[in-house]
Design a protein around this ligand. Structure first.
Ligand SMILES: *Cc1c(COP(=O)(O)O)cnc(C)c1O
Length: 499
């Protein structure tokens, strides 16, 4: 494979026009509704052995420079330095914890104690740098739909970043109390948080519609604003997520847990398909990943897809204890569909049109064959809770509900296949973010306690200090209380911007 080559980005729905990474970061979503994809996946230049002793920041540079080829070394290192600093409560940034025959890659040590911080702490800096590089004069308006974690992580990333405003929509009754409290207490004059009467897919669809509204776009430009997206469809989010898979493998090698060239499996609790897609890209860069294990909760659209080749969102939407995975349209899957369709924008566009018209599409057998590296399964609510309790009782290690979905699915995978390869489980949130569900899983007696009593009890049980992100909201004042109907999202945005 070629290295050191420029990577350009085209839309999954019309790939004739190619743009630079910085332009793709600024746009977020392509005008045709497609997602930007790299025209090739670069290979790692350094071996895992060479990277075994590197810091997270150094590995971040090694990975990101290969994708963001129009950034200078200084620009990129500057972004990395500002992102992965003391906002994280551990110098390792993403520690690996061994428990019960698996390695939990803890991606929750950032400002909002969930894995979205891994990307959203760097995205604002990538975006501001991209704006400067492209002589963008307008103020950047970040518009985001969230199922809970993205919202707070984006707010924390963009709060008070000069030249930006951030507007976050979340399903009013579809996020955990702590997630909601985290968002509605967000400081920063440029931050706006709005609850909608609807679910996450309604919020996401509303945001997509606003993004593709040409009239609104022109009006915005006249008033000196331009939209961008912090959702996981932005390649400025996807690329930083590849880093921790490279980092995890390099560390396992450095610690003597795997031999040079030894393959591992990764298990990813999946919603929008961004995290696992990053693992897939890491694999294509040369990271020795055998199986990509895609774990779903009861919203098991992806499990059905991997089993049958049919993606079908026509089903009941379930509210589960892993709300960040309560998703029926996994946006980032489009990037995989495009690829297995032979990098064919026309074919991909047809599938996506079917999805939007009928809520369903069926991939061909030839496409299905290219998915053999993926394994999909799901865990119901009981299995998720049992996984938390069993792991705690066995090892004293406490995981959150999302990570537990992955743990449960990994158990099923091992039972089904007998595959005992070393396995990394992406641990996507701190148990302190979903304290009630976690504590109830351990023992139903905890249900009578208040949220913050539970936090203190969890701290005692797990022998882990209460994270700052939680301490902060104990007493913080609610500063955002706007609620709107799902049909009113556009007007709400116009009102906020005063246009
Ligand atoms: C967002 C999120 C997920 C799902 O990640 P995707 O990239 O959307 O698949 C899983 N767990 C937690 C805690 C999250 O916040």
């Amino acid at each position: 494979m070629v290295t050191g080559m420029e990577v350009l980005y085209g839309s999954t729905r019309n790939d004739e026009k190619k743009i630079q990474a910085s332009q793709a970061i600024l746009k977020g979503l392509s005008e045709d509704g497609g997602l930007f994809v790299p025209d090739h996946i670069p290979s790692l230049e350094k071996s895992l052995k060479d990277m075994a002793d590197m810091s997270y920041q150094e590995i971040a540079y090694e990975v990101m420079k290969l994708f963001l080829t129009d950034f200078t070394e200084e620009e990129l290192k500057n972004c990395i330095r500002k992102a992965y600093d003391s906002k994280f409560d551990t110098e390792e940034i993403a520690p690996l914890v061994e428990a019960d025959h698996a390695y939990y890659l803890e991606l929750f040590h950032g400002a909002t104690i969930a894995f979205k911080d891994m990307a959203l702490s760097i995205l604002p800096h990538l975006m501001i740098t991209s704006a400067k590089k492209n002589h963008v004069e307008e103020e950047i308006v970040i518009l985001t739909a969230t199922s809970g974690d993205t919202g707070k992580a984006a707010l924390a990333g963009f709060a008070d970043v000069e030249g930006t405003k951030i507007i976050v929509f979340y399903p009013k009754n579809g996020v955990s109390p702590i997630q909601e409290k985290q968002m509605v207490t967000q400081k920063g004059d440029n931050t706006f948080v709005i609850g909608i009467h609807g679910n996450f897919d309604d919020a996401q669809t509303g945001v997509k519609n606003i993004f593709s509204d040409k009239e609104l776009e022109e009006k915005m430009l006249r008033k000196g604003f331009r939209f961008s997206s912090a959702n996981s469809i932005n390649i400025g989010r996807l690329v930083p997520q590849i880093v921790y898979y490279v980092f995890a493998c390099a560390k396992l090698l450095g610690n003597g847990k795997i031999a040079d060239g030894e393959e591992i499996n990764v298990v990813v609790p999946t919603g929008n398909f961004g995290n696992i897609l990053a693992a897939f890209y890491a694999r294509n860069m040369g990271v020795p990943i055998a199986k990509l294990i895609c774990a779903s909760n009861e919203n098991k659209v992806l499990y059905d897809f991997f089993r049958t080749g049919s993606y079908d969102r026509n089903r009941e939407f379930m509210l589960t204890s892993s709300p960040s995975m309560d998703i029926l349209i996994s946006s980032n899957l489009e990037r995989l569909i495009y690829r297995i369709a032979g990098n064919d924008a026309k074919k991909n566009g047809e599938f996506m049109a079917a999805l939007s018209q009928n809520g369903q599409y069926q991939i061909t057998e030839e496409m299905s064959r290219q998915l053999s590296d993926f394994y999909g399964n799901y865990a119901d609510e009981q299995e998720t809770a049992d996984t938390i309790r069993t792991l705690y009782e066995k090892t004293g290690y406490v995981i959150d509900t999302h990570t537990a979905v992955a743990g449960a699915v990994y158990g099923k995978y091992r039972e089904e296949t007998g595959d005992t390869r070393k396995t990394v489980i992406a641990s996507t949130a701190s148990p302190f973010k979903f304290t009630r569900s976690v504590m109830n899983a351990i023992d139903s007696k905890y249900d009578s306690m208040t949220d913050f009593e539970l936090v203190d009890e969890l701290s005692r049980l797990a022998n882990v200090k209460v994270p700052n992100a939680i301490e902060e909201i104990r007493t913080a004042a609610v500063v955002h209380n706007t609620v709107c109907e799902k049909e009113e999202m556009k007007e709400t945005v116009e009102k906020i911007l005063g246009i």
